[in-house]
Design a protein around this ligand. Sequence first.
Ligand code: NAD
Ligand code: WQD
Length: 344
Amino acid sequence: MKTSVLVTGGAGYIGSHTLVEFLAAGYHPIVLDNFCNSSPGVLRRVEALTGRSVTWREGDVRDASVLDALFSLAREQGAPVECVVHFAGLKAVGESVAKPLDYYDNNVYGSIVLLQAMERAQVRRIVFSSSATVYGEPRSLPYTEDHPLAPTNPYGRTKAMVEAMLADWCAADPGRTAVNLRYFNPIGAHASGQIGESPRGTPNNLFPYITQVAIGKREKLLVFGNDYPTPDGTGVRDYLHVSDLADGHVKAVEYARRARPGCFAFNLGTGRGTSVLELVKAFESTTGRTVPYEILGRRPGDVAQMWADPSAANELLGWRASRSIEDMCRDGWRWQSQNPDGYV
Ligand code: NAD
Ligand code: WQD
């Protein structure tokens, strides 16, 4: 019998890549997405890519009735949901500063409604999309999971709040398991070029901005600061291939199914830092495209550098990021060049 997993936000950037990995691993993913930052066309691409059909419903994670219906559906099909993988949420740091209540409503209240529905359905395992942003200004690097949590913006605070809520939820029942995955900087796209990141409007993040410059949609990259205490003065991040990150979710569900119950946190990163200009150079040499850039001042709220200590995930989840920066650039460019306007 197949194992069902409920995937909230499964049509999004990371969720769609994770569906591919769940299908390859023999799971039965059931997707709930309100398509506020994606479209059903993404799921059709996943189906074409995997040759498998995807069960999905359009709906909001804050809607208890749709959650109840999905848990019932899985039970009626003979494969009750064993674990929820919770991607659904809003993720733009700047927007969270301007509209904090939207973020607390979607990310925190949405998680409460989801956990309540899980209790009704007696589902006791959840894998949660947390973020390295929960750590805030690094006191030491690399970040280990016991680094204090001191997020510096409302988005990051929603992630830290949900992590705290999950710890309390697990403490209240010795049969519950929560796995908080603290992602570093996922970039790139599936190697097929069929699914990838499709930001609406001007990209907030570095990598989709680079690919949009490379394809001629934007004139030049604006580099936010070259006076940081880093080797070339530009910001350093731990970029990981989105397909490696997706695989981390399969490993996390397997861990949740086999480990003793409790609340856990894992960094998902490569353990290596790359600067903005190193990423630009790697992109140019891998793809043969030129990425003109201009140096501007620092972006408010940015830290100089951060990277993960992924050893807990390596050892306990049996997960390791295996793809290189060149793989990320090549696959991200394949997606951008084959789909110049993203999902249209
Ligand atoms: P995304 O916006 O591409 O995907 C999120 C999906 O959730 C979208 O399909 C959206 O339509 C859906 N969604 C949003 N609110 C919903 C709601 N209330 N009900 C149902 N569906 C809803 O984002 P992503 O990059 O795939 O990120 C997925 C998760 O990982 C998010 O929780 C994000 O905060 C977290 N995360 C992302 C990054 C990153 O760099 N992309 C880093 C760390 C953590
Ligand atoms: C990377 C580097 C910028 C854009 C953000 C969120 C974080 C997480 C991932 C969800 C920095 C520089 C960027 C540009 C640039 N998301 N940059 N020009 O800031 O590490 O993380 O996304 O959880 O919460 O904060 O990623 O890609 O925005 O920036 O020079 O146009 O690129 O200053 O040094 P960041 P990013």
